[in-house]
Design a protein around this ligand. Structure first.
Ligand code: SLL
Length: 147
C-alpha cells in the first residue's frame, strides 16, 4: 500500500456527551440518562476511517470498558455522577497503526445560569477536533476523497 508524500488528510470530528435528567423517574443511582459519542463534524461516515471506539467508563459501572465496533460510535448509559470518559479510537489497517486517545468530562448538571434542572433541557458538552493523517496510503486516500 503505497504512501502519498506531501499529502495530508484532515478528518474533522466532534465528541462529547448529552445528558437528560430523569425527573420523576430519577432514582438515587440512576438520576440521568446520557450518551457519549464521536462523529464526523462534516456528516461524513467516520466508519471509513475509524474501525473501533473504546469508551472507558468509571469503575463504578458494570463492565466499564465498552467497545463499539461500527458506527455510530456512541454509547448510552444511566447513572448519577460525573466523571472523565477516555475514548480510544482505533483506525483501519491502511489508515494508521496508532490509536488516538481523547478525554471528555461527562457533565450531568447544568450551570446555575441556565436555570434549574429540567427533563426537557439536556446538558450538552461537545469538543471539536481534527485528526490529521500525513502521507496517507493510496487506499485510504481513495476511500475518503470526493466525499
Ligand atoms: C463522583 N467521581 O464521585 C465521581 C464518580 C461515578 C458515577 C461518579 C454509576 C452508575 C451505575 C455512576 O453513575 N457512577 O452504577 O450504573 O461524583
Amino acid at each position: 500500500n503505497k504512501k502519498l508524500k506531501d499529502v495530508e488528510i484532515s478528518v474533522p470530528i466532534v465528541y462529547g456527551t448529552i445528558s437528560f435528567w430523569l425527573g420523576k423517574k430519577a432514582s438515587e443511582y440512576h438520576s440521568h440518562k446520557w450518551t457519549v459519542y464521536v462523529r464526523s463534524a462534516t456528516n461524513e461516515d467516520l466508519g471509513a476511517v475509524v474501525k473501533r471506539a473504546v469508551f472507558q467508563l468509571h469503575p463504578s459501572f458494570n463492565n466499564p470498558t465498552r467497545v463499539v465496533e461500527s458506527p455510530p460510535f456512541e454509547l448510552s448509559e444511566s447513572g448519577w455522577g460525573e466523571f472523565e470518559i477516555a475514548i480510544s479510537l482505533f483506525f483501519h489497517g491502511d489508515v494508521c497503526d496508532k490509536q488516538l486517545d481523547l478525554y471528555h468530562h461527562l457533565k450531568l448538571y447544568p450551570e446555575e445560569e441556565s436555570g434549574p434542572q429540567s427533563t426537557k433541557k439536556p446538558v450538552v458538552v461537545e469538543s471539536y477536533d481534527e485528526i490529521v493523517f500525513s502521507e496517507p496510503s493510496e487506499g485510504f486516500f481513495a476511500r475518503v476523497q470526493n466525499h
